[in-house]
Ligand binder design. Structure first.
Ligand SMILES: Nc1nc2c(c(=O)[nH]1)N[C@H]1C(S)=C(S)[C@@H](COP(=O)(O)OP(=O)(O)OC[C@H]3O[C@@H](n4cnc5c(=O)[nH]c(N)nc54)[C@H](O)[C@@H]3O)O[C@H]1N2
Ligand SMILES: Nc1nc2c(c(=O)[nH]1)N[C@H]1C(S)=C(S)[C@@H](COP(=O)(O)OP(=O)(O)OC[C@H]3O[C@@H](n4cnc5c(=O)[nH]c(N)nc54)[C@H](O)[C@@H]3O)O[C@H]1N2
Ligand SMILES: [Mo]
Length: 688
């Protein structure tokens, strides 16, 4: 018997990016555990990935290429060989590309976060083909832009340094569920005496463990932050020295927020003015103070500006001075990823004849149905499950149901999207391919070594693009590079932060911390990566884009305050945050996790339930003009009156009615970054 241990990295879309150890016996993975030596992972995996081998060896894994034999969406397929699959795709792509390659659209998101399997050869191949470009907006683009406009890049407080904070605002995130390893450090701060305040319309698993919970109406965080600024300035709780040296636009900001009193924000947010004032004074009077934001608050029409407003707060109080203070949305901007080397946008062939065309992934239903010049004739889906996860789901399904659309899906499982494929290709899991990872929740880079051979005839994303490139007669060497070569070039090793990230060292040890000081207080002495080098309370980026350069109030599109006529018909605000046992729609097809989640549920406040004759367990229909889905009522004061919450993301085919929360979510976009507005969604609820 041969037995060995392989270093791996968790590929999933989660801030924690864990280091893993896989035990392999006679070519079969028999055990997986969190690595002890990477401090952030600390020997533990989450409830999902601890059972990763059930995913890898699931009897539901796709093991062979298949072609569709039933109607679109029916999910009837017949096994074919790789040659037939690749020849079919290449022939269709060639025919379409001869007329206009932009009629071909790649569609991917974060099924794997690996730089090799997620954003390298795929991009090179579609660039070379001249396909439409995809704007990957579905998760974080609004918040990322609001943050960038203020702070300059996705850089913030070192998540390991937070243990010394004395006040922590957990804002729009539920780390107990979606950032478990980060939560360990927040808990340690609590043990050392920090006060934790959670700002979330729902009393989440995290809110329940904090000292205080504030439940604003969804999409109103921007107003709350403006009112906090008003109090900080009116009460002179600002750090004038820090502002003078390291910020621009303080005078204009002070003028802008003069009228944004807690009394102004109270009816917008649904929070008492005194609560807002007390929060601001507490924040202005405690050092060090930390704000841990997450993307939950950027999924509303004003999501970009909300993040921007919050990002101004630590500059006002000078909280950035201390390593444990400041704010953190994402750490990803610390990693010197060699984007142009990985993606090779220069391979795009003919910008004269076919000026690049960009499609926003958050409007994919509308795009498939109405895009012109040219219409989308082929879509290639990998690392994503749009038929379950994209907003305005009925339009999405209608788009994928087009009989004239040539659809390729590369997947590990027969997802809701796979059911619409003409050609369905089997993908490898993380244990079967090589990769290299950055993180958006800590400061370590990780390597992933293949632990086992591909199951069945499964192939990694990269391998399929190499094979397709050859069939299309492309000859650029960049289209045929090995995974190991791509991994070795993933980070820009000339950047001082990349010291220690060379591929050999990474592979040997499995991980390396970025070459950043410890303690790491990124903006203690200013040095913001903005055009001015300062924290931009007045944003040059937004000014250049013709947008309001100052913090402002961008209300939700769908709320009783902003749209009373709509609210008269659909009075309840629906949010659909991550279910604990699912990872977006990943894991949501495997027996263990389906059993733990039970069935689709809708949390509703006792008052709202009583008014509709709803009891615990009542089967419900949740509906608006866009569609309807069913769920069982959970009557609970975890949600505030007027708000309902549907833990997500269920596969349509396992939800009981062929629908999920995205049947009702809106295809509108955020104020910045073209993001999706999943949590900006009015509905009504009745007994089914
Ligand atoms: N178990 C698990 N972990 C995950 C995921 C998963 O699906 N399951 N998803 C991963 C992904 S893709 C991401 S992007 C990350 C981060 O994912 P996030 O979307 O940040 O998810 P959460 O951290 O769960 O935070 C969402 C929280 O925001 C709250 N919320 C909703 N609307 C508002 C609002 O308007 N204002 C405020 N203040 N709060 C609001 C919700 O009630 C919820 O508790 O998590 C990742 N981790
Ligand atoms: N209603 C509602 N909708 C939401 C959200 C919400 O909170 N509420 N959250 C949104 C957010 S934050 C996000 S990030 C998106 C997530 O959207 P997606 O990134 O689409 O995430 P998943 O649903 O996990 O789908 C990823 C798919 O990739 C596949 N995959 C994994 N590894 C590989 C690989 O190596 N190769 C190939 N070819 N495939 C692979 C997996 O099997 C899985 O089916 O959903 C969004 N949708
Ligand atoms: Mo996400």
């Amino acid at each position: 018997m041969t037995k060995r241990t392989v270093r791996a990295a968790c590929p999933h879309d989660c801030p924690d990016t864990c280091a893993m150890e896989v035990t392999v016996e006679d070519g079969r993975a028999v055990k997986i555990r969190g690595a002890d030596d990477l401090p952030f992972t600390n020997g533990a995996l989450c409830t999902k990935v601890a059972h990763y081998l059930e995913r890898v060896y699931s009897p539901e894994r796709l093991l062979y290429p298949m072609k569709r034999v039933g109607r679109k969406g029916e999910g009837r397929f017949e096994r074919i060989g790789w040659d037939e699959a690749l020849d079919t795709i290449a022939a269709r792509f060639r025919t379409i590309a001869d007329e206009d390659p932009r009629a071909i659209l790649p569609y991917s998101y974060a099924g794997t976060m690996g730089l090799v399997q997620g954003e390298s050869l795929d991009r090179r191949f579609f660039h070379r083909l001249g396909a439409s470009l995809l704007d990957r907006t579905i998760c974080a683009s609004a918040g990322a832009m609001g943050w960038k406009a203020t702070v300059g890049a996705s850089v913030g407080t070192d998540p390991e340094a937070v243990v010394d904070a004395k006040l922590i605002l957990i804002w729009g995130g539920n780390p107990v569920v979606s950032n478990l390893h980060g939560w360990r450090y927040l808990q340690e701060a609590k043990r050392r005496g920090a006060r934790l305040v959670c700002i979330d319309p729902r009393r989440s698993e995290t809110a329940a463990r904090c000292h205080e919970h504030l439940a604003p109406w969804p999409g109103t965080d921007g107003a709350l932050a403006l009112a906090m600024m008003q109090v900080l300035i009116a009460d002179d709780l600002v750090d004038h020295d820090y502002l003078a040296r390291h910020a621009v636009g303080f005078e204009a900001l002070a003028e802008r927020v003069r009228g944004c009193t807690p009394e102004w924000a109270a009816p917008l947010t649904g929070l008492p003015a005194e609560t807002i004032r007390a929060l601001a004074r507490d924040y202005g009077g405690t050092r060090p103070s930390l704000i841990r934001l997450n993307y939950g608050l950027n999924r509303c029409a004003g999501g970009g500006m909300a993040v921007r407003n919050i990002a101004c707060l630590p500059a006002l109080t000078g909280a950035w001075r201390h390593p444990a203070g400041g704010a953190l949305l994402s750490t990803s901007g610390n990693f010197p990823v060699a984007g142009a080397v990985l993606e090779r946008p220069d391979l795009y062939p003919d910008t004269q004849r076919f000026p690049p065309r960009t499609i926003n992934m958050s409007t994919i239903g509308e795009d498939l149905l109405t895009a012109a010049d040219p219409p989308i004739r082929a879509i290639y889906v990998y690392n994503s499950n749009p038929v379950a996860v994209a907003p305005d789901g009925n339009r999405v399904r209608e788009g994928f149901a087009r009989e004239d659309l040539f659809c390729v899906v590369h997947e590990l499982f027969r997802t809701d999207t796979a059911d619409y494929a003409d050609i369905l290709l089997p993908a490898t899991s993380q244990l079967e391919h090589a990769d290299v990872h950055k993180s958006y929740g800590h400061l370590y880079a990780l390597a992933n070594r293949p632990a086992i051979a591909p199951l069945g005839e499964a192939k990694p994303n990269t391998e399929v693009f190499r094979l397709l490139a050859a069939r299309l007669g492309f000859s650029e060497p960049a289209l045929f590079e090995s995974d190991e070569a791509i991994a070795a070039a993933a980070f820009d090793l000339r950047d001082p932060r990349a010291y220690g990230l060379d591929a050999a060292r990474l592979a040997e040890r499995g991980w390396a911390r970025l070459n950043l000081p410890r303690p790491f207080a990124p903006f203690a002495e200013g040095g913001f990566p903005t055009p001015s080098g300062k924290c931009e309370l007045h944003s040059s980026l937004l000014a250049a884009a013709g947008m309001d350069p100052l913090p402002a109030w961008h209300p939700p599109r769908e709320s009783p305050v902003s749209n009373p006529a709509l609210a008269a018909r659909y009075p309840l605000a629906l949010i659909s945050p991550p279910a604990r046992n699912f990872l977006n729609s990943s894991f949501a097809n495997l027996p263990r996790f389906l059993e733990q989640e039970g069935a689709p549920t809708l949390e509703i406040h006792p008052g709202d339930a009583a008014a509709r004759g709803i009891a615990d367990g009542t089967p419900l229909s949740i509906f608006n003009d866009r569609g309807a889905f069913r769920a069982r009522a959970v009557v609970t004061d975890r949600v505030r009156p007027g708000v309902v919450s549907a833990p997500s993301i269920w596969w349509r085919k396992f939800s009981g009615d062929g629908q999920n929360a995205n049947a009702v979510t809106s295809g509108a976009l955020t104020d910045m970054g073209g993001g999706a507005v999943f949590y900006d969604c009015l509905v009504e609820v009745k007994r089914a």
